[in-house]
Write a protein that binds this ligand. Structure first.
Ligand code: FE
Length: 129
C-alpha cells in the first residue's frame, strides 16, 4: 500500500521521495539533526505526533535519533528487506508514510535507535508557560 499524500500539504519532491517511496536523506544534512529545543516531532505528511524531544539523543549516525516514540500506537514498524539488508522500517501509523528505520543499538532503557529522516518530520516547539 502506498501512502497517500494529504491534501493541501506542501511537500517537496525530496520529502515525497522519502515518505512515499522509502527514500533516505543524506546523513548530516537534516535540519533537525542538532535540534535541541523542547517540543514534538510530527509526521510531515499528516501531522501525527511521532516523537518527543525528551527521547531524542545524539547517536552520531547523521540522522535525528530517538530511543522511543511518543506512543507505540503512533508509529508502526515493519520488516524491510530492501537491498538485502535486514532492517526494520518505521511507518506513521496514521498515514502509512515511511519515516526511517529502527535499530537495536540504542541507549538504555529501550536499547532502540529510531533513526528518522528530518524531511519526514515537522517540529512543533513547546510553548513557554
Ligand atoms: Fe503520517
Amino acid at each position: 500500500m502506498k501512502p497517500k499524500k494529504e491534501k493541501n500539504k506542501k511537500l517537496s519532491p525530496e520529502q515525497c521521495h522519502i515518505l512515499m517511496e522509502k527514500g533516505t536523506e543524506p546523513p548530516f544534512t537534516g535540519k533537525y539533526l542538532y535540534n535541541k529545543e523542547k517540543g514534538i516531532y510530527l509526521c510531515a505528511n499528516c501531522g501525527n505526533e511521532l516523537f518527543s524531544s525528551n527521547e531524542k539523543y545524539d547517536s552520531g549516525s547523521g540522522w535525528p535519533s530517538f530511543w522511543n516514540p511518543i506512543s507505540k500506537k503512533n508509529v508502526k514498524t515493519k520488516g524491510d528487506n530492501a537491498f538485502l539488508m535486514n532492517r526494520t522500517e518505521i511507518i506513521c501509523s496514521k498515514c502509512g508514510s515511511h519515516l526511517g528505520h529502527v535499530f537495536d543499538d540504542g541507549p538504555k532503557p529501550t536499547r532502540l535507535r529510531y533513526c528518522v529522516n528530518s524531511l519526514a518530520l515537522n517540529f512543533k516547539k513547546e510553548k513557554k508557560k
